[in-house]
Design a protein around this ligand. Structure first.
Ligand SMILES: [Zn+2]
Length: 276
């Protein structure tokens, strides 16, 4: 595990707090590369045993105001090929519909070299440790996911960080990626996830733009989503395939939510964060 993940692991282990399960709302898990379908299946089985996995589209609407045992959406970032080759069969086996966030530049990459270049410069900002992380899905695969009932969302065009960029660039990244996906899928895309998605990668002034183009915007900041969570910057919980099960269990129980709400207390300003 990375150092930051180790800190979270020990915090969750030694300061466990349980979120009351009768509270209304839902969580969203984020996956990146799926190195092995076997490993992914074990995690999906664990998630199914501890939570109710809900559909991204109708599920979020239904669970906003409904109590339940940890309703959970499964999301994927970056349009990585392994999500299609290793992840899809597991989702289909368990009847799960995922939410896939695509940086739409990948729709136009023509060769493995171009993919590698985009992965290094735009996705990882370094040479990826895992070779799987520099191959992306082809447009027809994204279309196939959509046709199977999975939900496709935008992850900007170029996987830019939305901090320190001018308004014009931010609008381009939001609007153009939506246009690319609408054209590919033949319907309106409603979901957006900020690349990187932490506090340092998003300028709060950009947040009100999100709901101009999308119904829902997502961060990568851990937490529980309820009616007071800003609809332009909903929480998501990164889950890596190498996480120990006791860590995943704590994440699902909300053991780290207090830590992230303190860390982001000046940033997450409630519902009003989305208003112009
Ligand atoms: Zn990303």
């Amino acid at each position: 595990m990375l150092i930051g993940e180790r800190v979270q692991y020990y915090l969750a282990k030694f300061f466990p707090t349980h979120r009351l399960t009768h509270e209304k709302g839902y969580r969203v898990a984020i996956f990146h590369s799926i190195e092995s379908s076997h490993n992914f299946e074990e995690i999906i089985k664990f998630l199914r045993d501890h939570c109710t996995i809900i559909r991204p589209d109708t599920g979020i609407e239904n669970h906003k105001g409904q109590a339940g045992e940890c309703p959970l959406v499964i999301s994927f970032d970056d349009g990585l090929l392994s999500q299609f080759t290793e992840g899809l069969e597991v989702l289909e086996k368990y009847g799960i519909k995922g939410l896939f966030f695509i940086p739409t530049k990948i729709l136009f990459l023509k060769s493995p070299e171009e993919e590698m270049d985009f992965a290094v410069k735009n996705i990882h900002f370094e040479v990826p440790k895992n070779l799987r992380e520099y191959r992306f899905m082809k447009p027809e695969m994204i279309k196939e996911l959509h046709d199977l009932g999975h939900v496709i969302g935008s992850h900007s065009v170029n996987h830019v960080r939305f901090n320190g960029i001018d308004l014009e660039t931010a609008v381009y990244e939001l609007e153009e990626s939506r246009r690319h996906l609408n054209q590919l899928l033949g319907e309106d895309v409603k979901f957006f996830a900020f690349p990187k998605g932490d506090r340092k990668s998003v300028d709060p002034g950009i947040l009100p733009l999100v709901n101009k183009f999308y119904t829902y915007g997502f961060s990568a900041i851990r937490g529980w989503n309820n009616e007071n969570t800003p609809r332009c910057f909903l929480h998501r919980d990164p889950i890596n395939l190498y996480y120990p099960f006791d860590f995943i269990e704590r994440i699902l129980q909300g053991s780290l939510d207090w830590y992230f709400s303190i860390k982001n207390r000046y940033f997450l300003l409630g519902k009003n964060a989305c208003n112009l």
